[in-house]
Design a protein around this ligand. Structure first.
Ligand SMILES: Cc1cc2nc3c(=O)[nH]c(=O)nc-3n(C[C@H](O)[C@H](O)[C@H](O)COP(=O)(O)O)c2cc1C
Length: 507
C-alpha cells in the first residue's frame, strides 16, 4: 500500500476542505429537500406541484430569456418592440460608425404594408444632399421658435429616466441642435444644465406648475417660461402607450429630489389623472392653450394619440369658429405602439391608432380646414431609423420625435425593466451603482451622432427620390406594398393627389 507523506499543514488543509465540502453538500441536500416539500405541498403553481424544485427553473429561464434571446435565438428582423436590425442601426449611428452593410438587405420587401421609396430616374447631381432648413413654430407668438432639427427627443420625464440619462440627452441635444422634451415630470436642473432647447410638457398632474388642487399655478408657469431655454409648451392629453390613463412612476423611483421637483410625497407611487380636469372638450382645450400661450408668450400645442378620428373635425370646426389664431401651434401625434416607463398591457397592446393610420388623418384634416400651415405636426412612435423618419416626412409630418431611439443611443439593450428601477444600462434607474455605467459625456456624443447621422441618412433618401431636401419629401415619393408584387404611392393610398405646398420659414 502506498502512503503519501504530506506535510502536516497540507493534511489539515485537505481535511478542512473535505469537511467543508461534506457540509456544503449536506446544506444543499437539505435546501433541496425543503424546497421539494414546499413545492409539493403548495397549491398555487401546478408546475411546481407536479415537478418540485425543477419546475422553479422555468421562472428563472423565462426572466433570463428576455436578456439572452436577442443574442442566441432571435432573427435580425423578428423581435418586438424593436428588432436587432433597428437597434443595430441606431447603435451604429450613435457610435458614428459606418452604416453600410455587405451582401444585401435582410429586410423582406414583399409583405403588404412594407414601405418603399421611389427613387428618381435621374437624381440631382449634387455631391452632398441638402439639409432641411429650420421651420418656425408659432410664428405669431411673442417668442416664436425656429426649430433647427426635424428629428428631436420625445417626452421622457426625470423620474422615468435617471439624472445621468437626462444630462446626456440635454447635452447631446445641445450639441446636435435638436430639442428635448421634459416629459410630464417637471423641469429639473439637469434639463437646463445641458443647454438644449426644451419643450416643457404640462402633464395631466401638471407636475411643477400645479396649484395643489389639480389646476394651473400661473406664477409657477411664468417662472418656467422665464427660462430662455424653454421654447415650447406641450399640453399632454394622452400618450400612445396608455391612452386614457395617466402617468405612473413606481414608488421605488420617487426619490426625495424627484418628489420635490414634482411636488409629491417621497416613496409613494406617483400617478397622474387620466385627463386635465379643466379640459373636457375641444373648446376647453383651445381655452387652455390660449391661457398657457398668453401667460408664457411661447408657442403652445398638445400631444395626443388619436382614438376616434371624428374628434379632429370637432377641433377644426371650433378653430374655424374662433379663428386661426386660436389654433394650437403644433400637434404631437403619438402612436399606439409608443413607449412608456410603465403602462398596463391591455392599453399597450390594444388601445389607440398606430401612427401609420393617425398621421395621414391628422395632416389631411388640417389641410381640409386650411390649417396645414398654421399648425405644425410632430409625429412619434417607433420612428427610430432613417427610413421610418423619411416615411413620416413623406406623409406630412413637419418633425419627428423619438424616445426609445434615444434610449438605444444611451446604451439601452431592451431589457424591458423601465418600471423596476433595475435598468442594467443605468437609464431608467435611480440606483447609483447601475447609473455608474452611464458616462454622461460619452453618451452625449452618442446622442449627437445619432441625430446628425439620422438627418444625414434621411437627406440621402430624399436625394435618391429627387427631393431637394428632407422637407420636400412628398407622398408620391413613398410607396406601400398592397399585395404580391404590387405597391402603390401613398398619395394614391390616401386619395389626396396633391398636398398643399409647405412654406418654409427661415429662422
Ligand atoms: C421611459 C419613457 C418615459 C416616457 N415618459 C413620457 C412622458 O413623461 N410624457 C409623454 O408624453 N410621453 C412619455 N413617453 C412616451 C414618448 O414620449 C413617446 O411618445 C413614445 O415613446 C413614442 O416614441 P418612441 O416609439 O420613439 O419611443 C415616455 C416613453 C418612455 C420610453
Amino acid at each position: 500500500m502506498v502512503t503519501l507523506d504530506l506535510p502536516g499543514f497540507v493534511t489539515t488543509f485537505l481535511a478542512v476542505m473535505a469537511a467543508l465540502f461534506v457540509f456544503a453538500v449536506g446544506v444543499g441536500v437539505l435546501l433541496i429537500a425543503i424546497l421539494y416539500l414546499i413545492d409539493i405541498t403548495q397549491t398555487q403553481h401546478a408546475i411546481r406541484r407536479n415537478f418540485p424544485v425543477i419546475g422553479r427553473l422555468r421562472y428563472r429561464l423565462e426572466h433570463l430569456g428576455v436578456f439572452f434571446r436577442q443574442y442566441f435565438s432571435a432573427m435580425d428582423r423578428e423581435e418586438m418592440p424593436f428588432n436587432r436590425a433597428q437597434r443595430a442601426w441606431v447603435y451604429r449611428a450613435a457610435k458614428n460608425l459606418a452604416n453600410t452593410q455587405p451582401f444585401g438587405s435582410t429586410r423582406d420587401l414583399r409583405p403588404p404594408g412594407t414601405i418603399l421609396f421611389a427613387n428618381a430616374t435621374f437624381p440631382t447631381l449634387d455631391a452632398e444632399p441638402a439639409s432641411a432648413k429650420p421651420l418656425v413654430i408659432g410664428p405669431a407668438c411673442t417668442q416664436p421658435f425656429p426649430a433647427r432639427s426635424f428629428f428631436n427627443i420625445s417626452a421622457m420625464s426625470y423620474g422615468a429616466i435617471s439624472k445621468p440619462a437626462v444630462l446626456a440627452l440635454s447635452n447631446g441635444a445641445r450639441l446636435a441642435g435638436c430639442w428635448m422634451n421634459t416629459g410630464e415630470g417637471g423641469l429639473s436642473p439637469y434639463h437646463l444644465e445641458g443647454g438644449a432647447d426644451l419643450i416643457f410638457q404640462i402633464g395631466t398632474a401638471k407636475y411643477g406648475v400645479c396649484d395643489g388642487q389639480g389646476g394651473l399655478d400661473e406664477a409657477k408657469l411664468r417662472a418656467v417660461a422665464a427660462h430662455p431655454q424653454v421654447r415650447l409648451f406641450e399640453i399632454k392629453l394622452s400618450q400612445g402607450a396608455k391612452p386614457g390613463k395617466g402617468g405612473i412612476l413606481p414608488a421605488a423611483k420617487v426619490t426625495p429630489e424627484i418628489a420635490a421637483i414634482r411636488g409629491i410625497p417621497v416613496g409613494r407611487d406617483s400617478r397622474s389623472p387620466n385627463r386635465h380636469p379643466e379640459i373636457a372638450d375641444a373648446g376647453a382645450l383651445l381655452d387652455f392653450i390660449d391661457r398657457v400661450r398668453s401667460i408664457t408668450g411661447k408657442p403652445t400645442g398638445f400631444k395626443q394619440v388619436i382614438g376616434d378620428p371624428r374628434w379632429l373635425d370637432e377641433l377644426c370646426r371650433e378653430i374655424d369658429r374662433r379663428g386661426p389664431a386660436s389654433a394650437p401651434d403644433f400637434i404631437t401625434v403619438d402612436s399606439a405602439d409608443g413607449g412608456t416607463g410603465a403602462a398596463p398591457m391591455s392599453l399597450l397592446d390594444y388601445v389607440g391608432l398606430p401612427i401609420q393610420e393617425s398621421l395621414p388623418l391628422v395632416v389631411d384634416k388640417l389641410a381640409e380646414y386650411g390649417l396645414r400651415e398654421r399648425v405644425r405636426v410632430i409625429a412619434s412612435g417607433k420612428l427610430v431609423t432613417a427610413g421610418e423618419v423619411a416615411w413620416a416626412l413623406c406623409v406630412g409630418a413637419d418633425f419627428v420625435n423619438s424616445a426609445r431611439g434615444f434610449l438605444f443611443a444611451l446604451g439601452c439593450i431592451q431589457s424591458m425593466q423601465c418600471d423596476k428601477n433595475t435598468c442594467p444600462a443605468g437609464i431608467t434607474t435611480h440606483n447609483p451603482r447601475l447609473q455608474r455605467g452611464l458616462d454622461t459625456a460619452d453618451k452625449a456624443e452618442r446622442v449627437r451622432h445619432y441625430v446628425e447621422n439620422m438627418r444625414h441618412e434621411v437627406e440621402i433618401i430624399a436625394h435618391a427620390c429627387g427631393a431637394a431636401d428632407p422637407r420636400q419629401l412628398r407622398r408620391e415619393h413613398c410607396r406601400i406594398v398592397v399585395g404580391p408584387g404590387h405597391s402603390i404611392p401613398l398619395n394614391e393610398l390616401y386619395r389626396r393627389d396633391e398636398q398643399p405646398p409647405r412654406q418654409l420659414e427661415a429662422a
